[in-house]
Design a binder for this molecule. Structure first.
Ligand SMILES: C[S@@+](CC[C@H](N)C(=O)[O-])C[C@H]1O[C@@H](n2cnc3c(N)ncnc32)[C@H](O)[C@@H]1O
Length: 203
């Protein structure tokens, strides 16, 4: 009799651009890149939003960006925001030719404050801003039925002193939010996937 097993990594389809981005990330000593399981989740969520408008807060070197682009259809668009020109330049060089991608150098919360409410189908909040600070601003731009995704919620070796204390309040804020359903997953680096509830039907 076979034991039931699942190999989370076995069937993952890595974006073609990923190897080059990871190579450049190592050269830059960029250690904050998303792991493959997180990327695979982003890929399938992106694929669920044909003609979607997607947002990544914290481009880094473009690892999450590449995964999101690999799931998106030709009519979808992705904006990715970072404050670090050096990190984002890797994404610019490797992914910048993709017309679906706009790269922005700006503080995440400043960017969010300039957006229309309910204007994105997916927000991958992968910077401290738009996650631990500016959570309301980030949630405000998520459309009904849209996703808000955060990772790195399980203890990570690169966490600064005191960072762990911020996790429970963030998760509790999401759990308690009346306009979102959430599922928390002790998977990959620890993920919460929140979905804005659909608009209520007319009375
Ligand atoms: C965890 S890394 C992003 C990793 C990337 N999303 C990936 O999937 O590999 C966090 C990024 O947030 C950026 N960052 C820091 N402060 C920021 C801010 N105020 N606004 C936007 N991005 C910021 C950092 O420069 C860093 O590249």
């Amino acid at each position: 009799m076979h034991e039931p097993t699942m190999d989370d990594l076995k069937h993952i389809q890595r974006p073609a651009a990923l190897a080059g981005i990871l190579e450049r990330s190592v050269a830059l000593d960029f250690t904050m890149a998303s792991e493959p399981k997180t990327g695979a989740l982003l890929q399938v969520l992106a694929a669920s939003k044909p003609a979607g408008r997607l947002l990544e807060l914290g481009t880094g070197t473009g690892v999450g960006t590449a995964w999101l682009l690999s799931g998106m259809d030709a009519a979808s668009a992705l904006v990715s925001v970072d404050t670090n020109v050096s990190f984002q330049s890797v994404a610019q060089q490797i992914l910048g030719g993709d017309p679906r991608l706009s790269l922005v150098i700006e503080d995440a919360v400043d960017f969010l404050r300039r957006q229309q409410p309910a204007s994105f189908d997916l927000v991958f909040a992968d910077a401290l801003r738009g996650k631990f600070e500016g959570l309301d601003e980030a949630l405000a731009v998520v459309k009904p039925g849209g996703f808000y995704v955060v990772d790195d919620l399980l203890p990570q070796p690169n966490w600064p002193e005191g960072h762990g204390e911020k996790i429970a309040p963030l998760v509790e804020s999401l759990v308690a939010h009346p306009q979102f359903h959430i599922v928390s997953m002790s998977w990959a680096s620890g993920i919460v996937l929140a979905v804005r509830k659909p608009a209520a039907p007319p009375a």
